[in-house]
Design a binder for this molecule. Sequence first.
Ligand code: OMP
Length: 479
Amino acid sequence: MNFFTKLEEAIARNRSLLVVGLDPNPEMLPKAYLQGNPSNLMAGLQAWLQWIIEQTGDRVCAYKPTLGFYQALGVAGLELLDLVLATIPSHIPVILDAKHGDLNTSTVFARTIFQKWRVDAVTLTPYAGQDHAAPFLVYADKAVFILCHTSNPGAIALQEYPTSDNPFYLQVVREIQSWGTLEQLGLEVGTTNPNVLRKIRAIAPERIILLRSIWAEGGDLKQILQAGLNQTGDGLLIPVPQDYLAQTNLAEAVEHLNQEINLTREQVIKEGSSCQLWTTNVCFLQQHPHQDLILQLFDIGCLLFGDYIQASGATFSYYIDLRKIISNPQIFNQVLNAYAEILQNLTFDRIAGLPYGALPTATGLALNLNYPMIFPRKEVKAHGTRRVIEGNFDPGETVVVIDDILISGKSAIEGAAKLESAGLTVEDIVVFIDHEGGVKDRLAQQGYRAHSVLTISEITETLSQAGRITQEQYDALQI
Ligand SMILES: O=C(O)c1cc(=O)[nH]c(=O)n1[C@@H]1O[C@H](COP(=O)(O)O)[C@@H](O)[C@H]1O
């Protein structure tokens, strides 16, 4: 799973934008961990960091160990880093704060941290330019955060050169955005000044910003959030204050801070955009991995009850309308990620979307996964090129077919047949919902492997457990 998806999932799962620094700084180590004996330092640091992870594992969206603190402890420090990395739950991304800036060591350093230590992202300094970032960016599932601004007063002379109206740090923000995609390149910004953040957000509206130093004197959390959150109420990674990590009530303090941040996120969304911050309001006995997504789809009206004629001609007492996802970027992105998880285990040359429902999805997947896309037309135009298949391809290539839902399987089979009649090979058909009733077997009989993110029964059970549907509606959905 790539960094961005892992981060988004951790944000959604823990409903948190908080990041905790995991720094073995002897000066910050609470005295109790030394048990009166300074030679207990390494064991004390290890116990402290493990305790921080235990206390915060379900309250943060990322961890950020600072490499310098581990290096300062010598060989024992690097061994400690290994132990700390192994303790972090695998679903929470790790951003290694290295501020790496040396071009000559970038390739070997990237290999060590991404392949050996398996961290998900790293902080870099911008001065050596794109050549320096490139060896990190070749790891498509990893990310970099480029230092754009620090709160250090001595840095003003450089950051605000030549004038504070046209500062160098904004040039850094403009320049680095061409180095990598939204998913792979974020910004690191240290400041207590909301105006700095506002200017950066204005020219980098969609980048993730890793905040630093916001807790220094003069900082105002609410103002910082209002200046830096994007329209969907995220886009910021917010550090947990260092002094919390020495408090015995760490979990409670982080929880409280998180709630305060989420309140401001909701306000920002209400004030500024048509998107809504969705929060679950039910407690499940059995968790489905896509339960939040199922509820969000229901809440935006993707499941309609009433008499509807289906593509097959049959009448059902409900209709599943996945076309609505395109109007909600947050949900659309989650849907794309769910398809992408399936696609990454398949082998194909091109993505083919079936019109009309699956065209936006196929487009999103083609862009996110960097595959060329084509689509078979539903009806061939009587003018123009009169093509049956839009987009370029070579006969003999393998395409993966993307559709929204399999009910009788007729639409998918017809779409695949059009592609095959142009000399393409279709082996896999990926849909969001499998309506069950043997449709996958029907496709298998035609020589296609069908894959789905969800089955209709998983949706029905989740909605029923969440109290979203009545018994009558539950019964209507039984096939
Ligand atoms: O038209 C449908 O039957 C249909 C019903 C429904 O509830 N939801 C839905 O999206 N559909 C469309 O029907 C197609 C799948 O139906 P089958 O061709 O019977 O598998 C999908 O590509 C959808 O475009």
